[in-house]
Design a binder for this molecule. Structure first.
Ligand code: SF4
Length: 441
């Protein structure tokens, strides 16, 4: 049977942090291919606990709950962003170690590379160049979010032999010469397989999904484009996964990557986590993707408390009513206030609650953002600033003509605001106020 090497490449960016980042899609595909009988090998360049990294280096960058800073090497900036006065880095396992690891994989027949942010394409390209040198005979297949959103760019520029956008696994099987299996609908696929976390040598945390997609249509988001229809996974399967992660893999932290964890909570979140309480897992839960304040009722807040949710992030983006309406109406200020008081009443400390706000859009200026910061300050929670960048395929993307003409690297949120009429000084001022708010807590 063919040997398949699955790779999560480095991140090339100005900054990056391991906030429970795991290539979940690639890990699902790995399980699926293992079950089909393929020989599997795996390299996650963002694995901070990889055996090839020395112990001391890993320890020195760890933060709370399994998160931490990646190892980083300064690299030359691409020409188009040469004038940006910040250092550009390759995050993840050092290049020389990755090369040594790849030399152990010379017998791979096919290499699958995943990708996330469109503006991280450089990590993908550098990996493909290295693979051509080290494993020249293997077929290289690129998938993930970047080729799904920028298919033409990936086809033209990546150097991969095959580019597979989207969630349809049949083209992948065809490329692997497995014509028996006709593929799965996403709902069936994600209810059949689980991420192949056994491929990691050490694992302080896992990231997982209990649902895919989102029923909302925020103009700045591409959740609907990546997963056409919202669906939840079966409780039996999710609970089996919890059992494996907590009892077998002994992880202490589980992060949810769902886009709509609390949607339809009467049928999904509440009964699922009532069962979690009964099972008495010794584990902490986290919601780095943000949960929707509209659904944080008293019952939900109590379950979040009882189940030991330690990191609760909520998406607000802006306290301006016009902004909320125009961008999709996912939440109102009143809903945010009620959610925070329900969480506090349930016993969740306010320092465990963080509200995401957005800065750097062309239709919101710094004073608007400062109003939102003040709104969150009065709630008494922490605040996190997401620097806005338009995402290809989103509703917002239709009107950002300037970005369509630019290299995708300008979609990087650390610099995109410069093309939206914002300056570094303004963004720094927003961050300074944010830091002040988070400190006074
Ligand atoms: S609610 Fe969140 S995940 Fe859903 S469309 Fe809006 S931003 Fe995207």
């Amino acid at each position: 049977m063919k040997k398949i090497l699955l790779i999560n490449p480095w991140i090339y960016d100005f900054s990056a942090f391991d906030l429970w980042l795991k290539p979940i899609g690639l890990l699902y595909i790995s399980s699926f291919l293992e079950k089909r009988g393929f020989r599997i090998s795996y390299l996650d360049c963002l694995d901070r606990y990889h055996n090839a990294l020395n112990e001391e280096r890993s320890k020195s960058v760890n933060r709370k709950y399994g998160t931490g800073r990646f190892h980083a090497e300064v690299v030359e900036k691409p020409d188009t962003i040469k004038s940006i006065p910040r250092r550009f880095k390759r995050f993840g396992i050092p290049y020389s170690i990755v090369r040594k690891e790849l030399r152990k994989e010379k017998d791979a027949d096919v290499i699958l590379i995943t990708s996330v942010m469109t503006y991280w394409y450089q990590g993908v390209f550098e990996m493909i160049k290295l693979l051509r040198k080290e494993i020249p005979d293997a077929k290289i297949i690129l998938g993930g979010i970047y080729p799904t959103l920028l298919t033409e760019h990936a086809l033209k520029e990546s150097g991969a032999d095959v580019v597979i956008p989207g969630l349809d696994f049949y083209p992948l099987l065809r490329e692997l010469g497995d014509n028996e299996e006709k593929g799965f609908m996403p709902e069936e696929f994600f209810n059949t397989f689980s991420p192949a976390y056994h491929l990691y040598e050490r694992l302080p945390y896992v990231s997982m999904l209990t649902s895919l997609g989102c029923p909302f249509h925020c103009t700045y988001c591409v959740s609907n484009l990546l997963v056409k229809r919202f669906f939840t996974l079966s409780h039996e399967k999710i609970l089996d996964e919890f059992d494996v992660y907590v009892k077998k893999l002994k992880v202490k932290d589980i992060a949810f990557c769902d886009d709509a964890l609390l949607y339809n909570s009467e049928k999904h979140f509440l009964p699922l986590f009532e069962e979690v309480i009964k099972r008495k897992y010794s584990v902490r839960f986290h919601t780095p993707n943000g949960i929707n304040a509209r659904f944080i009722t008293k019952d939900v807040a109590e379950i979040l408390y009882k189940c030991n949710f330690k990191t609760i992030r909520i998406g607000l983006e802006s306290c301006q009513g016009d902004f909320q309406k125009v961008t999709g109406g996912k939440v109102t200020n009143e809903e945010i206030s009620i959610a925070v008081s329900n969480l506090a009443a349930a016993g969740i400390p306010k320092e465990n609650i963080g509200i995401y706000i957005m800065a750097g859009r062309e239709d919101e200026k710094i004073d608007d953002v400062i109003k939102t910061l003040r709104f969150v300050m009065h709630l008494g929670t922490k605040v996190f600033v997401s620097e806005y960048s338009p995402v290809p395929g989103s509703i917002d993307w239709k009107r950002v003509e300037n970005f369509k003409r630019l290299d995708p690297i300008w979609q990087n949120n650390s610099i995109a605001f410069l093309k939206n009429g914002w300056t570094f000084e303004e963004m720094q001022k927003v961050k300074d106020i944010k830091n002040q708010i988070n400190r006074t807590d």
